[in-house]
Design a protein around this ligand. Structure first.
Ligand SMILES: CC(C)(COP(=O)(O)OP(=O)(O)OC[C@H]1O[C@@H](n2cnc3c(N)ncnc32)[C@H](O)[C@@H]1OP(=O)(O)O)[C@@H](O)C(=O)NCCC(=O)NCCS
Length: 150
């Protein structure tokens, strides 16, 4: 039987980076733009894995910078599709920072990205539906529709 949906875990992505001096401001703090770039790539990998298509960023709905990361920290970026609509997908991305010497890990940013799948001629094309499994995924799934409507 043909699968008519995919699970969030099928395309969930973890991308790891280390904060280098060229990623930081003169105070040694990770630049927000660099972090969003890394988050965008993780979300792109996730949406492309879900859809099996090349995808483009249509919007970045909301980015919260919750805490600072510093040179030398290890950044772990977790991306997951919350909902597939017709041709677009919402991807939630969390970025965590870890201090190498202590192992202390904390949330530095979260954001919602919308990606659109493209066909071979560059037009928006339909994607496979997403079936949420866990309670958190089901909540995200319902909230994603409200965010799209807003
Ligand atoms: C995103 C893009 C493909 C949409 O193309 P379009 O012809 O306007 O497509 P449509 O109006 O038919 O919309 C297609 C889907 O995109 C969604 N969409 C379009 N613009 C959006 C936006 N700003 N935010 C969120 N979703 C958006 C629509 O809601 C629709 O979703 P659905 O099919 O799941 O219901 C097109 O605007 C584009 O190529 N933008 C540039 C993308 C890019 O270069 N990104 C890199 C940033 S530099």
């Amino acid at each position: 039987m043909t699968t008519v949906y995919k699970l969030p875990s099928d395309s969930a992505t973890i991308k790891t980076e280390v904060v280098c001096p060229t990623d930081a401001n003169p105070m040694g703090m990770l630049l927000g733009g660099r972090l969003v770039e890394w988050m965008d790539i993780a979300a792109a990998i996730t949406s492309q894995t879900h859809s099996g298509r090349v995808c483009v960023t249509a919007s970045i709905n909301k980015v919260d910078f919750i805490a600072a990361a510093n040179i030398g920290d290890i950044i772990s970026i977790q991306a997951k599709v919350t909902r597939a609509f017709v041709t677009s997908m919402e991807v939630v991305v969390y970025a965590y920072s870890k201090k190498v010497l202590t192992g202390q890990k904390y949330l530095v940013s979260e954001a919602y990205f919308t990606f659109v799948a493209l066909d071979d001629s560059g037009k928006a094309t339909a994607v496979i539906p997403l079936k949420p499994v866990t309670q958190e995924e089901k909540t995200d799934y319902h909230e994603a529709l409200k965010r799209k409507q807003r």
